[in-house]
Design a protein around this ligand. Structure first.
Ligand SMILES: *Cc1c(COP(=O)(O)O)cnc(C)c1O
Length: 467
């Protein structure tokens, strides 16, 4: 498989190249040259397979030319071996037609593990092949960072630096990052918000000499390998609910638009997903776009679902690229205008086509707590403040004649304060994390300043050279 940048000015790469590059060097995002297609018979043949085997078969067309199938199978098996639920991604029925797809049984209790556990293995494999060393830098509003760190801590030929907005992640989220003692891990608490952190990461990538000197790589959901690794669970869930003979809908609590984009990719590959529901908290730029063709940037506001406190959904660019007929010149112009004006609207027919498939749903903090409480009362199911948005969206939709897969993206124990407010008690952490609050933390603080951050990354890279 070959990959091309959404902005059309970067070289085409193979899967290994895309994995290591992350962002394309023209500022765009890599996309497969075409979507692999599974026939109804191909899909039926995946039914009943253990999740790691299904994942390997779904991913094979994307890694073809870079990674042998037997290696891919082995990596999928190892990536999901540590998950605490036997089926890896259990589907839990909540109502006649609403199913929670639990994506949080990995080491850091959030759906980011689904992709990153595999990506850690992919990196190690590809780097060993090439005899290279890389430095991963990433920004996190909470869950990405801990999942990325858990995926590469202690691995050879990789350093990882994660920027998080100081004081703006939950304590569990912070501790899951800062209590990892592996010496290839650097945590930086930045004085700023998540978008500042993400901008700093983008600026490091845009600084070509620095990028080359450090051999930078990304693990944010701008890396196509992550999108790819999120496709198999939608295939798995849809097959379990009757696809390819029956349509399904998906409802996804959305931040950077990566998880829902993976569902859309599953549709391009042949899975009959008839509707996509985009769940938001008060940071509702996507909802405003879907309801009125108005993508205008406002400040980020803190909410009970911090992993969705994002005003620029990076992966939306990938969807737009597709709906603009893969016209990279037009996309590049659109993104440049958006950058300079903070506003975007697209041609009416393009917007109508997007709004036909994607429906928006927004939940305030008060409604989030009320819905958590209600679901707990009515179905004895405890959903975290992110997952509940997808579940409430499915409920709000009413009966639509097809099952709705609501992506459950975090374990409720990750957000004990919100859960306590909603239902009156704090959910316990699972056994492997039960002493998290007693572990020592390790991180440094830095201002929201590119030069200062680059110095931190460089010093860390050279830590064994100058002592
Ligand atoms: C990252 C995250 C999201 C948002 O996912 P995107 O792929 O960025 O849209 C939602 N919920 C949780 C718990 C997350 O960690």
């Amino acid at each position: 498989m070959r990959y091309q940048s959404t902005r059309g000015l970067a070289p085409e790469l193979d899967f290994a190249g895309v994995l290591l590059a992350g962002l394309a060097n023209d500022g765009g995002l890599y996309m497969p040259a075409s979507w692999p297609r599974f026939s109804a018979a191909d899909l039926r043949a995946l039914r009943g397979l253990p999740y790691p085997e299904l994942a390997a078969r779904v991913l094979a067309p994307f890694t073809e030319g870079s990674i042998g199938f037997a290696d891919l199978q082995g990596m999928c098996r190892r990536a999901y071996a540590g998950f605490t639920n036997k089926s890896v991604v259990p589907l839990v029925q909540l109502d006649t037609n609403i199913y929670a797809l639990e994506l949080f049984h990995g080491p850091t209790l959030a759906f980011k593990d689904m992709a990153l556990q595999l990506v850690g293995h992919l990196f190690e494999h590809v780097l060993a092949d090439k005899g290279e060393k890389i430095r991963i830098v990433g920004a996190t509003s909470g869950d990405t960072g801990s999942a990325a760190i858990a995926a590469v801590a202690g691995r050879k030929n990789i350093d990882i630096t994660i920027l998080h907005p100081e004081g703006k992640t939950s304590e569990v989220q912070r501790r899951q990052m800062t209590t990892v003692q592996a010496d290839n891990v650097l945590n930086i608490a930045v004085k700023g918000n998540f978008d500042d952190c993400q901008d700093l990461v983008k600026a490091m990538f845009a600084d070509a000499p620095f990028r080359t000197e450090m051999n930078l790589s990304a693990v944010n959901s701008i890396n196509f390998a992550r999108i790819a690794a999120q496709i198999p669970y939608y295939v798995y869930a849809a097959l379990n609910l009757g696809a390819p003979e029956r349509d399904v809908a998906v409802s996804v609590p959305t931040g950077n638009f990566g998880n829902i984009l993976a569902a859309w990719a599953a549709k391009q590959m042949g899975v009959p997903i008839a509707r996509f529901i985009v769940g938001s908290n008060r940071n509702d730029i996507l909802a405003r776009f879907l309801s009125a063709n108005d993508m205008s940037v406002r400040g980020v506001e803190a909410s009970l679902s911090p992993s969705m406190d994002i005003q620029l959904s990076s992966n939306f660019e990938r969807l737009l690229f597709e709906f603009l007929g893969r016209d990279a010149d037009l996309l590049r112009q659109t993104m440049a205008d958006f950058r300079s004006t903070g506003k975007m609207s697209v041609a009416e027919p393009v917007w109508r086509a997007i709004a036909k498939d994607f429906k928006a749903f927004t939940l305030s903090d008060e409604q989030t707590l009320a819905e958590i409480a209600r679901l707990f009362r009515e179905a004895e199911y405890l959903a975290d403040p992110h997952s509940i948005i997808g579940i409430a969206a499915a409920r709000e939709l009413g009966p639509i004649g097809m099952p709705v897969i609501a992506a459950a993206t975090a374990h409720p124990a990750k957000f004990p304060d919100a859960i306590e407010k909603a239902v009156g008690s704090r959910p316990p952490l699972p056994p492997h994390l039960s002493n998290l609050y007693e572990r020592d933390e390790k991180f440094i603080r830095a201002p929201n300043d590119l030069a200062a951050i680059e110095t931190c990354v460089r010093n860390f890279a050279n830590r064994n050279v100058n002592v």
